[in-house]
Ligand binder design. Structure first.
Ligand code: COA
Length: 337
């Protein structure tokens, strides 16, 4: 019998502050029409303006739901994997902070800094832990608070309109089975040549001091993005990596019930569907309502797709994404009872 990684429970959480495109156009020179046309985004949720809510807080809420659906107590966990690019603190990681909020005192916790592919790298890491027998029950969380780090003036509009806050979580369990169930294959990639295409530079260990009034005056603590370059890379690499992962798993595209891409831009996902000759309903999108929530976007979409009965027990799903790093990848899984 083989050890396999099966998904037991999912959860999602977004903060209550709804920010529409019209809200954004009060703070910067943009419009609902521009944002919808270029990105598909209609609204996003942001944490309270006064602060005090970090990624660990959003992750905690999503985790509580996932744990409850799996029927697990926090004490049942062997490992917590927390994916975020917007940690509560520069260090230590959010995994440790959330672990304490779950009431745990010794459960190992690690952070993954893979941005939009954080969930894919996290799921693959969890699968390796489970297959090797190092862990039986893992909580994987993707959570982001972007809003407190965005330039919401016109200078930052290309980035600020895209990002939303939120969290998604999944419970992963070891199952001995010879059936093709759970995680069936994974393909992960990175190319650091493109690190500067999407990054936040300050505070940075290569600057001394890491942060200063001058750097802040120059706005170098805000994310910078070469949107066109990222767009082109995404539409090229996402089809390639999906073909690669299906080949690894010995599956045809026809065997896939739903593809759940990272929600970076509705146009990217439409390009992807078109180039794979997939009907629109086979590719799940919810960026319209959440914006791009980076490491949270795939688990939020997965939880919603389950809730909407777009998928269920027996469904084969492919998770895929590309983002800062540059990193990209895909994971194929069969959901099971
Ligand atoms: C960001 C993105 C929507 C920009 O769309 P684009 O078609 O490339 O637009 P450009 O950057 O060329 O800008 C076109 C014009 O719109 C303007 N513009 C940029 N942001 C704007 C905004 N929020 N509102 C109004 N106008 C805006 C630009 O200033 C530019 O004006 P100009 O022609 O007078 O110079 C698009 O490149 C994208 O989505 N890329 C992928 C990004 C991504 O996926 N990031 C996350 C990776 S995980």
């Amino acid at each position: 019998m083989m050890k396999r990684t099966v998904i037991r429970g999912t959860g999602r959480y977004v903060p209550p502050r709804l920010v529409t495109n019209d809200d954004l156009s009060q703070w910067m020179d943009t419009s609902d029409e521009w944002i919808r046309q270029r990105t598909g985004i209609e609204q996003r949720y942001w944490v309270p303006e006064e602060g005090g809510v970090g990624s660990s807080d959003l992750g905690l809420e999503a985790s509580k739901i996932a744990l409850q659906r799996a029927g697990w107590a926090p004490e049942d966990l062997d490992l917590i994997i927390f994916a975020t690019l917007s940690p509560d603190l520069f260090f230590p990681g959010c995994g440790c902070i959330m672990q304490h909020k779950l009431g745990l005192a010794a459960t190992p916790a690690l952070d993954i800094r893979q941005q939009c592919t954080g969930f894919l790298y996290g799921l693959t890491t969890a699968d390796a832990y489970i297959r090797s027998g190092l862990a039986n029950r893992i909580l994987l969380v993707g959570a982001e608070v972007h809003s407190t780090g965005l330039d919401i003036s016109t200078a930052g509009r290309d980035v600020a309109v895209i990002f939303g806050d939120g969290a998604g979580a999944v419970c992963l369990e070891s199952l001995e089975s010879n059936e093709p169930i759970g995680v069936l294959g994974s393909a992960l990639h990175a190319d650091g040549k493109f690190a500067n295409s999407l990054m936040v530079e300050v505070g940075s260990s290569r600057l001394n001091p890491r942060i200063s009034h001058e750097l802040i005056d120059e706005g170098r603590h805000y994310p910078v993005m070469d949107g066109k370059a990222i767009f082109k890379l995404a539409v090229q690499k996402l089809p390639e990596v999906v073909i690669e992962v299906l080949k690894k798993a010995g599956l045809d595209l026809e065997a896939v019930d739903l593809l759940i891409p990272h929600q970076a831009n509705l146009r990217i996902n439409q390009f992807f569907a078109h180039s794979m000759k997939l009907p629109e309903e086979k590719v799940f999108n919810n960026i319209q309502r959440y914006g791009n929530t980076t490491a949270a976007s795939i688990p939020i979409a997965f939880d919603e797709a389950l809730e909407m009965n777009r998928i269920g027990d027996g469904s084969t799903v492919v998770f895929l994404g590309l983002g800062a790093g540059l990193t990209w990848g895909a994971v194929v899984a069969r959901l099971g009872p």
